[in-house]
Structures are given as structure tokens and as C-alpha cells.
Design a binder for this molecule. Structure first.
Ligand SMILES: [Zn+2]
Length: 287
């Protein structure tokens, strides 16, 4: 069994064979293997559904994150440098490019090439390998990315190295305290494991390998020399585009997707006051 990336205790098997739990802290992980680089041409999933399903929610959330970054632009003429790890189609770096000098890193070579063709500064490959040793940024952003990276400690250590003193890391990721995640665990115990599998993105090109909460993020941050500066929430569900998002995984039937869409639409108004399924953590490298 692997050890907990937060506290180094030996992990134990959780609710399913691939689900890992730490007996000593709140960390949850998985032994699911990413296969970004090996997926079939055109991708394993329905990219058109994915784009359509996530677009509205993502754009709205990018505006919220942009507002959170407002204070980081700082005085003076020099635009602060922002790095986004796992920038995909570059929508977030486009959102923040009026105020920041932006760079993206994207492991999917086809996606990186397409994004670069649109004129954005995107490097194909992995963080931090594609950075020069001496490159430094004011802000490093992980939008739904850190939970996919196996060695989270090495990643945060690399952030420290590539940030200027006083710089920030912005992480948004699924929260293990989220309402929908808790519901998926209850459903799993009732014999309906589909939602739990989906929460971990089982079978996706890049499944989740971690589920964090504020306690685990604070401890991981501290080990890498960061302090937790703030936490906030992002909506994980938007009714608009929901059906396409549910259908994104091709094994969900039309009837099941419709039923799920109706169910989530009914509970959506309450999700805003329930424990958030996506949290935003801002970490600061001390000056
Ligand atoms: Zn632990």
C-alpha cells in the first residue's frame, strides 16, 4: 500500500478496491492510473459533449477566480506573471490575460498545439519539466488539476521553487466534504456505485487520484513552505449544459442522463448553501 501524501501513514483500502483512505488523517486517494498520453485518437470521451456541458459553468467559475486574483495584480507597470498548470484550451488564461502575463502548460500534445495555434503561450508537456530552472511567477494556478497529479508533494515543492517570494498558488479541486461527494458515498453503500465512480472520474483519461479538504491542503501546503491564505467555494453544478455534461461519459444512457439531469436540477438551488463540492484554496509563499 502507498503512503499518505499528507501525513505518511500507510493508506488502507477504502470503499472500493481502488479507493484509498488514510487511517491517521482525512486524506482520500485512489490507485486509478492516468492514461492521458495513450488515449485513442480523438479521445476516449465525447469531447463535443464535454465542451458543451462544461462551458457555461467553467466560464462563470473563471470569472469568479479572476475576481479572487484581483488583488494579486499589484501596483506598477510590470504585469505579474501567471502560470496555469493544465490549461487545456486556454480559456482561463484568456480570462486573466488583460491583467497578467500568462503562460500555460498542457500535457495533451494535441490540445496544447491547438491552443498555441490560437496565439496563446502554451507549452506541451508536464509541470515543472517544461520550465527553465530560473523561471519565476507571481501566481501558479491549478484549475481542477492538482487532484489528478500523483506526486502532489513534488508538485507543491516545484511551485515554491518557481514562485517569487510573496507569490501565490491558487488551487481549486473537488472537496471530500462536498455534499454531492457525501451523497455518492451513501449511494455506493446502498449498492449504487455509479455516482462515486463518476466523482473519481473512473475510466476517464485522467481520473482523480486525490480527494482533498482544507485540513489536508493546509498540511500539504505547510510541508512545502506555504501558508493557507484563504479558502472559498465554487459551484460544481450549473443547470445549463447539465444534460450534455451527464452524457459526457458514453456509458450513460439517454434515460439515465435525463433522470439525473432532473434530479440535479431539483437540488441545484440548495447546493449553494450545502458544503461545497469544489473548494478554492489560495496558498502564499512567505516573502
Ligand atoms: Zn494521512
Amino acid at each position: 500500500m502507498p503512503v499518505c501524501p499528507v501525513c505518511d501513514a500507510r493508506l488502507t483500502t477504502g470503499l472500493l478496491a481502488w479507493h484509498l483512505q488514510c487511517p491517521a488523517c482525512t486524506y482520500e486517494g485512489s490507485s486509478l492510473e492516468p492514461h492521458i498520453l495513450e488515449q485513442a485518437h480523438g479521445g476516449d470521451l465525447d469531447e463535443a459533449s464535454r465542451e458543451q456541458g462544461l462551458e457555461h459553468l467553467r466560464q462563470a467559475n473563471f470569472q469568479r477566480l479572476n475576481a479572487l486574483l484581483a488583488g494579486f495584480a499589484g501596483p506598477g507597470d510590470a504585469r505579474p506573471r501567471l502560470l496555469e498548470v493544465g490549461c487545456a484550451h486556454g480559456w482561463f488564461i484568456e480570462t486573466v490575460s488583460p491583467r497578467f502575463d500568462v503562460t500555460g502548460i498542457e500535457p495533451d500534445v494535441a490540445v496544447a498545439t491547438a491552443t498555441r495555434a490560437r496565439g496563446l503561450a502554451v507549452r506541451g508537456g508536464f509541470f515543472p519539466d517544461v520550465l527553465a530552472d530560473e523561471e519565476r511567477f507571481d501566481v501558479i494556478v491549478f484549475n481542477d488539476v492538482l487532484e489528478h497529479i500523483p506526486d502532489v508533494n513534488a508538485t507543491l515543492a516545484a511551485c515554491w521553487k518557481h514562485l517569487l517570494p510573496g507569490g501565490h498558488v491558487l488551487v481549486n479541486a473537488p472537496s471530500r466534504k462536498g455534499f454531492l461527494y457525501r451523497v455518492s458515498k451513501i449511494l455506493l453503500k446502498l449498492g449504487r456505485g455509479g455516482a462515486f465512480d463518476r466523482m473519481w472520474q473512473l475510466g476517464f483519461p485522467s481520473p482523480h487520484v486525490h480527494y482533498f479538504d482544507t485540513a489536508s491542503v493546509t498540511k500539504l501546503a505547510g510541508k512545502a513552505g506555504f501558508a493557507l491564505e484563504s479558502r472559498s467555494r465554487l459551484p460544481s453544478v450549473a443547470v445549463r449544459g447539465l444534460y450534455a455534461r451527464v452524457r459526457y461519459s458514453r456509458d450513460v444512457s439517454v434515460i439515465k442522463a435525463l433522470a439525473l439531469t432532473v434530479a440535479v436540477t431539483l437540488i441545484a438551488p440548495f447546493l449553494a448553501i450545502l458544503p461545497p463540492d469544489i473548494e478554492v484554496w489560495i496558498l502564499r509563499r512567505p516573502s
